[in-house]
Structures are given as structure tokens and as C-alpha cells.
Design a binder for this molecule. Sequence first.
Ligand SMILES: NC(=O)c1ccc[n+]([C@@H]2O[C@H](COP(=O)([O-])OP(=O)(O)OC[C@H]3O[C@@H](n4cnc5c(N)ncnc54)[C@H](OP(=O)(O)O)[C@@H]3O)[C@@H](O)[C@H]2O)c1
Length: 296
Amino acid sequence: MSTNILVTGAGGQLGSELRYLGEDIRKNKVSLSAGYAFIFADKSRLDITDKGAIESFCSTNSVSYIINCAAFTAVDKAESEADKANAINHLAVKHLAEVAKKHDIAMIHISTDYVFDGDSKQAYKETDITHPNNVYGKTKRLGEQALQDISPPNSIIIRTSWLYSLFGSNFLTTMLRLGPEREQLNVVNDQIGSPTYARDLARAIVQIIPQLKRASQEVEIYHYSNQGQCSWYEFAKAIFVAADIDCRVQPIPSSDYPTSAKRPSHSVLATAKIEQEFGVELSQWPQSMKSCLAHY
Ligand SMILES: NC(=O)c1ccc[n+]([C@@H]2O[C@H](COP(=O)([O-])OP(=O)(O)OC[C@H]3O[C@@H](n4cnc5c(N)ncnc54)[C@H](OP(=O)(O)O)[C@@H]3O)[C@@H](O)[C@H]2O)c1
């Protein structure tokens, strides 16, 4: 009998990258010990705000692991739709954790660098005090806390940052869309982070799953991002060079690009813990961006 891994939010960018990897695993191009099988559930197949639906989905499909990729990720919209963001990023994580605890399911929950305010100039460690400065970050932090309080067996939280892929709507796909249409784009130069290719994170998750039995009984937090840091302006310039798009990029301060949600100015994550405990290798962000664009 196979060990079933449920991927929630499978229609999003990380979920789509896991689905892509799932195909490679099936064809033995990526190794995951024999016996694991993915079940991909997008919102129409499993709405994680519905606890009864989670309960019956997990029982019917004999789920052993849940990778929770479902989230309300529209950072600005969350400011005006706080209840909805809270229902998905916090209360639904609580539902998942309760079902996971009851049925002995291990959870891999994905969270964000936006749980930090970005006022530190150091890379954030897992033990650093969180202090989100927008609704999205606050609801994601509440989700983390709910999972830690309920503590299903062998479960972990992976915080990541500036996620992109060729799937869905993200900074990279926005640049690829706008760059060819415009002569010049203004991009903020005073927010610093680490762009992370969702496919790299998907591979890391697949590598971590068979090692989860070694994880402690507490729900530990791990930071995962590609290595190196840059501003959005530097990221945009690098995308245009790599994709051979002729568009000038003008650096601007965040004050010239007002948004509903305040963003952290420096949200680089320290990643030593995930590297040491799970043997995960992290590549430099420019290298990962080029490998993403190779599929463009
Ligand atoms: N994107 C980033 O820059 C970033 C950075 C750091 C951390 N993260 C975290 O990484 C994880 C994956 O993010 P992502 O970029 O892959 O997000 P994404 O592309 O927005 O995907 C999230 C998916 O969840 C689905 N969803 C929303 N409500 C749901 C519900 N009630 N039940 C089931 N599915 C639901 C969404 O469907 P609809 O679109 O149809 O609503 C969407 O397909 C999230 O936990 C996010 O917080 C993201």
C-alpha cells in the first residue's frame, strides 16, 4: 500500500511545482523512496476552510502527509479582506492540524518571511522574534502558532521568501509580461530579500519528507530560500538580462510606490538549520532564476 501525500492548494505556484516534480518522480527522474504517492487537491477539490471536507478527504484517501500549499497570498488585498485571509491562513491551518493530529498525519506547512517586520539588518533566524507589519503576515503567523499548539506528529513549518516560478502570478511572471510592452519600468530598490524558485523548494520538500520521522516532537520551524540577496530593482534587472528583454529599469524608493500593505525592508532568512538538519543544498538566486528561465 502506498504512503499518500496530500498537496493542498495544488493550483498555486508551489503546488504546481510539486505536481511537476510528481510527474518526474513517477517517471523516476527525481528520487523519492518507492511507495509514496501524491494526491493533488486544488481549491475546487478540497477547500481547507471546510474542516468536515478535510476530515473526509483524509480518511477516504488514507493520507499520511499533508503539504499545505494553500494560502491567501494577495498581500495588499489581505488588508481589506482580513477575515478571509484569517480564515485561510490561520483558521484553516488549525483545522488541518486538528485532523492531522487525530489521524496521525504529518504536516509540512509553508509560511513566510513576512512574519518579520524587516527592521533587522541581519538574516532572520528561526528563533528570532516575529513582528509582522501587515495583515497577511499576521494571519500567517497565527497559522504557525495554531499548528505549533496542536502539534501533529512529525510536522514542520517551512518559511520561505519572494517565491516565484513560471506558474501563476508572481514578480517574475509580471516582469516577463510587462518588460516586452514597456520601454521603462520603475521598481523599488529599498526592499531587500532572497528570491526563491518554487521548484527548488518543491525539491527540498520531497527530500525532507522521508526524514521527517527524525524531527522532534515539537513543530519546528525551518527557513528555506535561495542564497544571496537583492532588491526588487536588482531582481527585475537580472530577469531582463537573463530573458533578453530590452526594458530599462529605474530604481525608486517604496515611498514612490504606495501599497495598502507595508512590506518588510529587509527580510533575508538564515537557512543554516534546514541545511544542517536535512542535508538540503541551497543554490544562489541568480543561478536558480536562470534555470527557471531556461523553461521560459
Ligand atoms: N508567493 C510568495 O512570494 C510567497 C513568499 C513566501 C511564502 N509564501 C507561502 O508559500 C506558500 C505557497 O505560496 P504560493 O506562492 O504557491 O501561493 P499561490 O500561488 O497563491 O497558491 C495558493 C493556492 O491556494 C489556493 N487556495 C486559496 N484558498 C484556498 C482554500 N480555502 N482551500 C484550498 N486552496 C485554497 C489558491 O487558490 P485561488 O488562487 O483559486 O484562491 C491558490 O491556488 C503559501 O503558504 C505562501 O504563504 C509565498
